[in-house]
Design a protein around this ligand. Structure first.
Ligand SMILES: Cc1ncc(COP(=O)(O)O)c(C=O)c1O
Length: 420
């Protein structure tokens, strides 16, 4: 944003009172020039920045917006519960109702525990896996993201080797690599974390892989270790169940967050009976984990997911975007790689090793009203309409047009230069 803007003023003020002005994945530090840092409002499929510009938002708050910002039924359920009581000395009946709803919906689940962020759920899964048989080793995919606690953060500043001492890495989707990691864990193998498919920044995504999933299940069963599917990002965009249900494999634990309250702060660890005793022994809690209003929002979100065709719609919207971008890129003479499930689309340019094309294209689309990401998978939501896809494609069409004119003069994005 330019200096004479509300966004610019807020950035300036933020730099004084917030380290670096912003932190974590919602910092615009790695986004192209022009991306706003601060937003004033969101409604349905759109967000409005503090300077009044409106965008069709394909990031959906990095996932949580499943049904549309401010979805009225979810909002009404949250507000009604807020009036009755939210953060009290103990949970409300809604906690039991929500646990019942999640257990009914997710095939492998016999019980549920609630927390706030996806990272709470993954940390809780790790501790449960270790408590299950008193073992220590946790297998994780190289580069897979499971949250930002010391044991799993991708940035090692302020983290000790001891924090990660019992992690063993394997290559996602590679059964030989997984089997080797399991051998190295030996009889100390507590649990295996998988994301339902490879979902990494700056890389092509994959889709759930039945052979790998079955192999992972077998390896865990042979070792007596717990299989943990991290469905925090993909949950309810791939299936109305755990994402690996689509390939017929059931985990012992699954981690949920982001969408389950359509933006309300709530996440969950679900488990099968095999892990119930361990989950009952660990000590996990938080002052806001039992707040009733986000649970009421989640209960309503799950009802809508169950009773409407929202999942089919957001998939169809993702497919329409994908088809439109494929046609445009061909017409303008650019190669695009579009990967991942349609509701979590990743768009990368061919022959773009330093991402200069992707960055320039996204910056131009943003100026025309579409908020896209040049390096992260995006998300569709059920409030998006065909007209939103058409409007997005107008923006991306203008962006391709601009890219065709400017491609020879583009420079690599400075924000991707290696840090000293
Ligand atoms: C696969 C996966 N697991 C865990 C997390 C952590 O969730 P949260 O940011 O809510 O802690 C994320 C967040 O993006 C994620 O994508």
């Amino acid at each position: 944003m330019t200096a004479n803007s509300k966004d610019g003023d807020l950035r300036e003020r933020a730099r004084r009172v917030i380290p670096n002005g912003m932190y974590g994945h919602e910092s615009t530090a790695r986004l192209p020039e022009g991306y706003p840092q601060f937003f004033a409002s969101g409604e349905g499929a759109r967000i409005r920045d503090v300077d009044g510009a409106e965008y069709i938002d394909w990031m959906c708050a990095y996932g949580p917006n499943l049904l549309g910002y401010g979805q009225p039924d979810v909002l009404a359920a949250v507000e009604a519960q807020q009036r009755r009581g939210d953060t009290l000395t103990g949970p409300g009946p809604v906690m039991v109702e929500l646990a019942e709803a999640m257990v009914d919906m997710v095939s492998h689940a016999d019980w549920a525990m609630f927390c706030k962020n996806g990272g709470d759920a993954t940390s809780m899964a790790m501790v449960t896996a270790r408590a299950h048989r008193g073992r220590r080793k946790i297998l994780v995919g190289t580069g897979a993201y499971h949250g930002a606690s010391p044991w799993n953060t991708p940035v090692k500043v302020g983290v000790t080797e001891e924090d990660r001492a019992h992690l063993i890495q394997f290559e996602e989707g590679d059964l030989d690599s997984l089997a080797d990691a399991a051998r190295r864990a030996g009889d100390d193998f507590a649990g295996l974390f998988v994301t339902p498919y490879r979902m990494r920044t700056f890389m092509d995504q994959t889709e759930p892989d039945a052979e790998f999933a079955r192999g992972a299940r077998r390896i865990c069963d042979e070792a007596g270790a717990l299989l943990i599917v991290d469905d925090v990002r993909s949950g309810l965009r791939v299936a109305r169940d755990c994402s690996w249900e689509t390939v017929g494999v059931r985990p012992d634990l699954s981690c949920w967050g982001k969408v389950i309250g359509n933006g309300q702060p709530i996440s969950a660890l679900l488990g099968a009976d095999i892990a119930r005793e361990a989950a009952g022994k660990i000590f996990v809690t938080g002052s806001f984990w039992f707040s009733a209003a986000p649970m009421a929002g989640a209960l309503e979100t799950l009802r809508i997911v169950r009773e409407t065709d929202c999942l089919e719609r957001l998939t169809a919207i993702g497919e329409a975007l994908r088809a439109g971008l494929a046609a445009q890129s061909e017409a303008f003479g650019f190669g695009l790689r579009q990967t991942g499930p349609a509701a979590l689309p990743m768009v990368l340019f061919e022959d773009d090793p330093d991402f200069r094309l992707g960055y320039a294209w996204c910056a131009a689309a943003l100026r025309a009203g579409a908020y896209l990401s040049p390096y992260h998978n995006m998300f569709s939501n059920a409030a998006m309409t065909e007209a939103d896809v058409t409007r997005t494609l107008e923006a991306t069409g203008a962006a391709f047009e601009e890219l065709r004119r400017t491609r020879e003069s583009l420079l690599p994005p400075p924000q991707l230069a290696p840090r000293a």
